[in-house]
Ligand binder design. Sequence first.
Ligand code: URA
Length: 253
Amino acid sequence: METRAELAELVAQVAEHLRYRRELGAESIGERPRAEVASPPLNMQDKPAAVAATLTSTRLESTETLDDIRRDLGDCQRCKLWKTRTNLVFGEGNPQAALMFVGEAPGADEDASGRPFVGRAGQLLTKMIEAIGMRRDEVYIANIVKSRPPENRPPEKDEIEACSPFILRQIATIHPRLIVTLGNPATQEILKTKTGISRLRGEFQDYPHLPDIKVLPTFHPAYLLRSPDKKREAWEDLKRVRAFLDEPRASLG
Ligand code: URA
């Protein structure tokens, strides 16, 4: 027999699940989202405990490619940033990467080139990737917001909301083992939390939408350029990334 608190938790989980389906492109409950549910559909007449079991075992398999997502993004005007951007910055790297880095939004160099993390912060990110024995083209790099905010201001709530379905779809398609979120906005958006980076950094978290993906928040490289004394903690995080990737996948279903 479920308690009221358990029932409330289940209702919240169902609501979150439906919101995620909508973000992935399903307009109605019956419609399959672009990244579709591979496990049995929810039966709302099931006992709540069974609903919970279905939700936790649900694995969302993407049926689209990165090219499909890029095409859908088009010459995006879903928020006001299109008016001041030069190039949209979709993301780049290995479409089957085990490791994905998610940043905040393009800066001036990225806006000029159309590529993520190519300015000073990007050069530091490249060194961080190489420090764990990987090449930049082995991982996938993207941002939660695809157009540069003017004067590099932080992206605003409506801009993140308009853009976030695209990073969620990129994640569902790539299906990495681990997402490293860089800085506060990316961490809070990917984990759907209000907790700040200084509390979350260096601790593996579950990706809320796909049970077999982990998230490791760390400092943004632009912050590390401003606060080099934080590089030691970032290095500890990178060692955690390396150790995670070196673990066999056997425990994953
Ligand atoms: N900072 C980001 O968050 N993303 C980039 O692509 C460049 C700088």
